[in-house]
Design a protein around this ligand. Structure first.
Ligand code: GRG
Length: 418
């Protein structure tokens, strides 16, 4: 059985509420009792599995889809309103951080930081909630440098700075992505390349990256610098993987998931880890923060790939169909291809011809491709929730509330419609 066939099997079992007891997955059966499982460290328990062969058996009642234990009080929690004031502070800081000498560069750099076009602010929300969720007493207090007041010495300010850096890297990648895709809209307005031209859009992206580097340097933490430098490498690697595939890579679920990690999940996972490192947390806690971000990011992108086909409606073809029209093969088509191998010939022909798009949609409609993609997203969302529940216990109400909000976000990600 292929790795992702096995994974789909687990997703199906989850949906049906059944358990998966395949012995080959035994080593990662962590979700049922991992919090109290003393012989195994949390790092091993909530391990990255995108690149590993084992799979967790998700048969804990605590982590089944729409987990009962999280669904009642969480409905009253809005993660975004919980950090609304701080989000405004981050937004103001961002506008101040991207001020440039040359007016054209200044207006381009702040283009997507203007009020009303700031996007969903999903990443800063996660990072601010994670900062509170990890507000634990640490074995060694966080080490801050103080050089004549130029370095932020307050932990929360330093963590907000990670949120700002993450948003700058994110927006830089969007600007460059729109140039590569020749996009004409973004966040409901003209994309920067469309409005100002490709050259200025590329330069504005570079400028945002340079400001992100300056902010990163100001934190004077080499581990955090390395993490976020690696993210930029991952973004570039993921984008390159997407644009230059062999026919077999285009049809490989493993390749797709790896690219998805690089393009979408690496930024939020490594930023979550940076939040933990700045707080002076143990490697184990930092890994749980990373695992939360990684699985949330993967779930987010899988749902994005579903929405590209369905849009806000439940029916196929109502989305923008932007991926398939650009020749990008995503999870729904990959799953459909498992059921209908004859779809492979259409995928190999490419989607320049709109008839091929129609044929692929027809196969997709007959298949369980959309549902299996959603199931996979749910599985990653559950893994993200499990990482939060594996954090060391805390009696602090704010910490507990932020953790509940992070778990709640895992549900929001899989039920979102835009
Ligand atoms: C310049 C850092 C840099 C990278 C260049 C172009 C490129 C390499 C990478 C592209 C990375 C990319 C655009 C990935 C897609 C990530 C993604 C899911 C974007 C959409 O995120 P949302 O929905 O957007 O959170 P909003 O608008 O809400 O912020």
């Amino acid at each position: 059985m292929s790795f992702y066939r096995g994974l789909s099997r687990i997703s199906r079992n989850l949906r049906g509420g059944g358990s998966f007891n395949g012995s080959r997955f035994h080593s990662l059966q962590f979700l049922a009792s991992h919090k109290h499982h003393s012989s195994m460290g949390s790092t091993e328990k909530v391990r990255s599995f995108v690149f590993t062969k084992g799979l967790p058996a998700l048969h804990s009642s605590r982590y089944k889809i729409h987990q009962q234990s999280h669904s009642i009080s969480e409905d009253e929690l809005d993660p975004f309103s919980m950090v609304a004031d701080e989000l405004s502070l981050v937004a103001n800081n961002l506008r101040a951080m991207v001020v440039a000498e040359v007016p054209k560069l200044a207006s381009s750099a702040e283009y997507f930081f203007r009020m009303g076009v700031e996007g969903k602010r999903f990443r800063p929300t996660v990072l601010l909630l994670m900062s509170t969720a990890l507000n634990l007493s640490t074995p060694k207090p966080p080490h801050h440098f103080d050089q004549g007041g130029s370095v932020a010495t307050d932990l929360r300010t330093r963590q907000q700075c990670i949120a700002e850096i993450t948003e700058m890297i994110h927006v830089a990648s969007l600007l460059h992505d729109d140039v590569l895709d020749d996009a004409d809209t973004r966040r409901g307005i003209g994309s920067l390349n469309f409005v100002m031209g490709n050259k200025l859009a590329v330069l504005a992206g570079d400028f945002l990256l340079s400001r992100a580097c300056v902010a990163l340097a100001s934190l004077q933490n080499t581990e955090v610098v390395s993490l976020l430098a690696k993210v930029v490498e991952h973004l570039v690697t993921g984008e390159t993987m997407q644009m230059s595939t062999t026919a077999d890579q285009r049809c490989s679920m493993e390749y797709y998931m790896q690219k998805t990690y690089y393009k979408t999940a690496s930024l939020i996972s490594n930023s979550c880890k940076a939040i933990a490192i700045l707080a002076g947390q143990t490697a184990e806690v930092a890994m749980l923060a990373f695992d939360y971000g990684k699985n949330l990011g993967l779930a987010f992108q899988l749902i994005d790939d579903v929405l590209d086909f369905t849009g806000t409606s439940a029916s196929l073809g109502k989305g923008s169909l932007s991926d398939i029209r650009h020749g990008i093969v995503t999870a729904p088509i990959l799953f459909a291809m498992e059921e209908f191998p004859q779809l492979r010939a259409i995928v190999d022909k490419g989607f320049d011809n709109p008839d091929n798009v129609d044929i692929a949609l027809e196969y997709l409609g007959k298949s369980r491709g959309i549902q299996r993609t959603k199931d996979l997203a749910v599985m990653h969302a559950n893994l993200a929730a499990a990482a939060i529940d594996s954090l060391p216990d805390s009696d602090d109400e704010e910490v507990k509330k932020s953790r509940r909000a992070l778990v709640h976000l895992t549900q929001r990600v899989i039920t979102r419609t835009k």
